[in-house]
Design a protein around this ligand. Structure first.
Ligand code: MEV
Length: 415
């Protein structure tokens, strides 16, 4: 008799069995799902089947505010961690990154549907900000006890709607749970006062948590065999300008920055989609979408800057729930959300420097291909002893694809 229970009612083991049956998975594939599963995963998500693994590496020697960090990064893209290390080293040799102190506030929005007399509503709301702050803080007394909580309310008229923006100091957490709870409490208070409240939710554009990092790279550390450091620096500055005026290039420029930021954020156990949402919204905030990091040639060297609104936590949510996340904090030695934001943005700027230097000189493929060939070798089944041999054989070839890699591997095995 087959188990008729709905999928979500099954144990993870039974779910894997059912999937294996439906998708015709082999015994070996089923064993793989089982081997990679964890108790932690089942506690975290609905319909849990197994853990999906991604490679984790580290950026070493990342110098931020005169402290040197080793930071775990999680990514499936072969060149990302290599590029982060490359950029971090050039900046370290030049004195490191400088990160300014960040405020850590998240905005909760209570949205009021179109009303007849919005001027009257705005007046009422402006007169009741103290009450709303009290209502918000009453549902998160522990946050207030730790020195945080709601402290400011602004009313923002939108076309047709009113947004009641609650500024909340979230301390060492990312803040989503607290802010949503507090915004909903204010929403309920306004409903009780007769307002047509449409919704209450945090904003993922963290304008109350702007983090800035900068660095000054000595141009000598940018030179290649074919180009002087000054030439490279000029070309990087020109690429930076291009990302300010062309949206097509800006998207790629920012994707490169987020390669590093996301990888470090994932390893820290934080919500990387919220970091992505905030970064791209900020790139289009107040003016057309543009590059987030900038590079300018100055008399002292190539000056890089990156400012982003980020809310990262070192406690709360799923942070430090898994053993891996705990280990990662032990490796990085990061203790506060401000430190984490400074480090993560420095990785983003390092990543951007390495990408622009490659684009300004040899092009991106020269460095990428070596790493892509390794993935290709693994994808056609090369084992640890065979990968280097496959890569060496692929390097001089004009046409490199899976078929070529397969042929090379077969030849190596025959020999
Ligand atoms: C690749 O993942 C990222 C880059 O395209 C970024 C950039 O072009 O600046 C190399």
């Amino acid at each position: 008799m087959t188990d008729q229970r709905p999928f979500y009612r099954l144990t993870p083991e039974k779910r894997r069995e059912r999937l294996a049956q439906q998708a015709n998975l082999s015994k070996e594939q089923l064993d793989c799902l089982q081997k990679q599963s964890s108790r932690f995963g089942n506690e975290l998500v609905e319909n849990y089947v197994t853990d999906y693994r991604l490679p984790m590496g580290v950026v070493t020697g990342l110098m931020v505010n005169n402290k040197t960090y080793t930071v775990p990064m999680v990514t499936e893209e072969p060149s990302v961690i290599a590029a982060a290390n490359n950029g971090a080293k050039r900046v370290r040799l030049s004195g490191g990154f400088h990160a300014e102190k960040q405020e850590h506030q998240v905005i909760g929005q209570v949205i009021i549907s179109p009303v007849k007399d919005s001027a009257k509503c705005i007046r009422w709301l402006a007169q009741h900000t103290a009450e709303m702050i009290k209502v918000a803080n009453a549902v998160r007394p522990s946050l207030v006890k730790r020195g945080g909580g709601a402290w400011k309310i602004e009313v923002r008229p939108l076309p047709d709607y009113l947004s009641v923006d609650i500024y909340i100091d979230v301390q060492e957490a990312m803040g989503a749970n607290s802010v949503n709870t507090m915004a909903e409490a204010v929403g309920q208070y306004l409903i009780n006062e007769g307002f047509p409240v449409l919704t209450a939710i945090l904003s993922n554009l963290y304008l109350g948590s702007l983090q800035k990092v900068s660095c000054l790279v000595q141009t000598d550390y940018l030179k290649t065999a074919a180009m002087s450091g000054l030439q490279v620096a000029k070309r990087i500055a020109s690429l930076s300008k291009l990302a300010q005026v062309d949206v097509l290039r800006a998207a790629t420029h920012n994707k490169g920055i987020m390669n590093g930021i996301d990888a470090a954020v994932i390893a820290s156990g934080n919500d990387w989609r919220s970091v992505e949402a905030s970064a791209h919204a900020y790139a289009a905030y107040g003016h057309p979408y543009h590059g987030l990091a900038t590079w300018q040639l100055t008399k002292q060297g190539l000056r890089g800057e990156l400012t982003l609104p980020v809310s990262l936590g070192v406690v709360g949510g799923s942070i430090k729930l898994s053993q891996q996340s705990k280990i990662n904090y032990q490796i990085s030695g990061i203790r506060t959300s401000a430190e984490l934001a400074a480090v993560v943005l420095s990785i983003g700027l390092a990543q951007n420097l390495a990408a622009l230097r490659a684009l300004a000189t040899t092009g991106i493929q020269a460095g990428h291909m070596q790493l892509q060939y390794r993935s290709l070798a693994v994808s056609v089944g090369a084992n640890a002893d065979e990968v280097d041999k496959v890569v060496d054989a692929l390097k001089p070839m004009d046409q490199v694809d899976q078929a070529a890699a397969k042929k090379v591997l077969q030849k190596i095995r025959r020999e």
